[in-house]
Design a protein around this ligand. Structure first.
Ligand SMILES: *Cc1c(COP(=O)(O)O)cnc(C)c1O
Length: 381
């Protein structure tokens, strides 16, 4: 097999048709002709499969070293499909710092339908081990969390979960297969909001699941085909195109993040920086060094108590005030007032999300310009 960077660019299926096109075309076809009644056709209806979607699913399966990929219309659709592997009466252990939309899915949708969940700090292996019950069927977590960039070990949690015959489902939106391959570390299912780094350009929403075994693939296929939140061919093509440059984008995201961190470290108005490689004595640093090739392009920081985070972000001129992450352009948000606003303040503070916390998704602009923008905004507060 060729190396990862070659797979990114060339992993898609070549010779898809007779025209010599180097890319799989956008097949705008919801239905496909049967040569004759009862023929064993590969394609029959878009919800069940479309060649453009299939091509990008195939690349993702290879990138994650999995059995099969499944592309969805959003990250949440992928998460819903992955959690549909479980049944009423099943118990799942979930990370206590997972994406807000996933919490909403769990609390407002799945719990009322009979699934049980226990929130656990997945950085604490003993706490994970202690949370198993006789009906525990799965563990769901994010190896790097949002917005505090806490790192959990896929290896260790997978080992514990498999002793209990529980499935390990990992949302690896923040790292992508370029930096970490959870299936190789023991996970059974890896999923992404492909809206973020895999797509990479803030121009569509998508989700991706990659399964480790044929049995899981068959189950997810049935769920996807039944629930139907599939990725449309136009977006499947955009995702294919985004993935081709994942490596060079991610390298630059990290390079820019490191330069910004060096600047923030020298700024007395910054109280704390959250990024897994900042504290080399930490467990986070140990795990990220052992299980990933880098920490990605998102970082958070707190301004000193009393300084106005709202005024700071309102003063930024180049960096865009917006939720989401993983795009070419730099995005900034204040979790307490934006992405995590729904969480009551006492709970939010317990999670470590202060009003002074600012999250930055570092883009691909020149780092000097990003630092100059941050610097002029600091001068306003
Ligand atoms: C954005 C995000 C999601 C949800 O994905 P959508 O594409 O917005 O539906 C899930 N998990 C993480 C970690 C995310 O950042």
């Amino acid at each position: 097999m060729v190396k990862f960077n070659t797979l990114l660019v060339r992993g898609g299926r070549p010779n898809d048709n007779s025209t010599g096109a180097v890319n799989v075309p956008i097949y705008n076809s919801s239905t496909f002709r049967y040569p004759k009644l009862g023929a064993d056709v590969k394609w029959d209806y878009e919800r069940s499969g479309n060649p453009t979607r299939d091509a990008v699913e195939d690349v993702c399966a290879k990138l994650e070293n999995g059995d099969r990929g499944f592309a969805f219309s959003s990250g949440m659709a992928a998460i819903h499909a992955a959690l549909a592997l479980f049944k009423p009466g099943d118990h799942l252990i979930i990370g206590d710092n997972i994406y807000g939309g996933t919490f909403r899915l769990v609390n407002d949708f799945l719990k009322p339908r009979g699934l049980e969940f226990t929130e656990v700090d997945t950085q604490d292996a003993d706490a994970v081990a202690a949370a198993f019950k006789p009906n525990t069927k799965g563990v769901y977590f994010e190896p790097v969390t949002n917005p505090l960039l806490k790192v959990s070990s896929v290896k260790q949690i997978s080992q514990i979960a498999h002793q209990h015959n529980a499935l390990v489902v990992v949302d690896n939106t923040f790292l992508t297969p370029y930096l970490q391959r959870p299936l190789d570390l023991g996970a059974d299912v890896v999923l992404h909001s492909a809206t973020k780094y895999l797509g990479g350009h803030s121009d569509f929403t998508a989700g991706m699941i990659v399964t480790k075994t044929k049995d899981l693939s068959d189950q997810i296929y049935a769920i996807q085909n039944t629930i139907g939140a599939v990725l449309a061919p136009q977006e499947a093509n955009l995702l294919r195109r985004g993935i081709q440059t994942l490596n060079i984008r991610m390298d630059r995201h990290i390079q820019n993040a490191e330069k910004i961190i060096a600047y923030l470290q020298s700024n007395p108005k910054v109280a704390k920086i959250y990024y897994p490689t900042v504290d080399k004595a930490s467990q986070d640093y140990q795990i990220i060094s052992d299980e990933a090739k880098g920490a990605g392009g998102v970082l958070s920081f707190e301004v000193q108590p009393g300084l106005d985070a709202a005024k700071f972000v309102n003063s930024l001129q180049l960096i865009i005030l917006a939720v989401s992450l993983g795009a070419a352009e730099s995005l900034v948000e204040v979790p307490a007032f934006m992405s995590h606003f729904e969480i009551p303040k006492p709970e939010r503070l317990k999670m470590g999300i202060k009003d002074e916390l600012i999250r930055l998704s570092v883009g691909l602009e020149d780092a000097d310009d990003l630092i100059a923008d941050l610097d002029q905004a600091f001068q306003q507060i």
